[in-house]
Design a protein around this ligand. Structure first.
Ligand code: SF4
Length: 331
């Protein structure tokens, strides 16, 4: 996949498949043949409806889910290593570099333990034996998210939702990772708090040159955060482009429908909505040909027979749709 000159590759995901066994010998193809590159310092947004495989993709990259096939190459000090083949020691080192922020800050912190304990344990596990050093690292991480270090003696229920998510971000940052995989990090928060947390994440990213994989279903949030965006449908990538290009000129009918569903706070601007009809088909029983054909109003005969491949329609803009096979057909 050519993405122009975007700098150093952090992750090179190749033909990744994460499948789960289901009843009666069926297989749920949660992530199916996904290939992507993630570049140092960028925020790569991953969007799609519930069940499209975006969270499973994040967990597979983190190696919390074991892929059935494919490779996740990680740039380990200049050497690309396949995360799916790391031994125990290498995986342990990898986890220092790549951390995850989960959706629900309420369940991500142990309610029975003081913040102090929840922050010390990962550091101990990662070999920081000196207590003074650990305390210094925790204080730095808490200051980074604008929480006073002496609050570490409190319990999680003594914090608001926004503070708790900031704590989760601080805990992910305390061992100084290079990459954060953020799975719906603000969707459990009020809108006003969401803005606070997103701005904080942006400023931390700039300060530490972090790379974010930002998974969310809220397209406004993803637009605000991302440099590039990946759109997923039923486990497959259907479109990839720079953020501005995708929002100004979406190609795939699914992306267009998603984008026209974003409310516009302007009563004078009329937006023609493309309503998505029907439910997402079951990933156990994917429709033949283009998986989106059961809901696509541009569906052609060919779409029912042949699965479209992801190909470049413009510099760094990829789409998997027969309408753009030769960039001649336009909606
Ligand atoms: Fe619609 Fe066909 Fe394109 Fe699929 S390939 S999105 S069915 S036009």
């Amino acid at each position: 996949m050519n993405n122009g000159n975007k700098g150093e590759v952090v992750f090179d995901i190749r033909n990744l498949c994460t499948w789960f066994p289901a009843k009666k010998g069926n297989v749920v193809k949660a992530v199916d043949d996904v290939s992507l590159k993630v570049y140092r310092g960028e925020t790569l947004g991953i969007v799609g409806e519930s069940g499209c495989g975006k969270s499973t993709l994040g967990k597979s990259v983190m190696h919390l889910e074991k892929p059935a096939k494919g490779q996740v190459l990680y740039n380990y000090d200049g050497e690309m290593k396949d995360v799916t083949k790391l031994n125990k020691k290498e995986l342990f080192e990898f986890r220092k570099k790549v951390q995850m922020v989960f959706q629900d800050p309420y369940s991500a912190l142990n309610p029975m333990k003081r913040v102090y304990t929840s922050f010390h344990e990962p550091l101990k596990i990662h070999g920081y034996k000196d207590q003074a050093e650990r305390e210094q690292m925790i204080a730095e991480a808490l200051e980074m998210v604008n929480i006073q270090p002496d609050y570490m003696l409190r319990y999680p229920h003594e914090f608001s939702g926004g503070q708790r998510q900031r704590l989760c971000i601080a805990r992910a940052l305390e061992i100084k990772p290079d990459v954060l995989i953020c799975d719906e990090p603000v969707s459990a928060l009020d809108v006003s708090i969401q803005a606070q947390v997103l701005n904080l994440m942006k400023s931390i990213q700039k300060k530490l040159n972090l790379t974010y994989l930002f998974i969310a279903h809220d397209l406004s949030v993803v637009q605000y955060m991302s440099d590039r965006i990946v759109v997923m449908y039923l486990g497959k990538v259907v479109e990839v482009a720079d953020c501005r290009e995708l929002y100004d000129s979406p190609k795939h009918p699914y992306t267009r429908a998603l984008l026209t569903a974003i409310p516009v706070p302007d009563i004078h601007r009329k937006q023609k909505r493309e309503i998505l009809e029907g439910e997402v088909p079951s990933p156990i029983n994917r429709p033949a040909g283009c998986a989106f054909h059961t809901r696509c109003r541009h569906c052609m005969e060919e779409c029912r027979m042949k699965e479209p491949e992801l190909h470049e329609v413009k510099d760094g803009h990829y789409v998997a749709c027969h309408l753009y096979r030769d960039e001649a057909g336009k909606i």
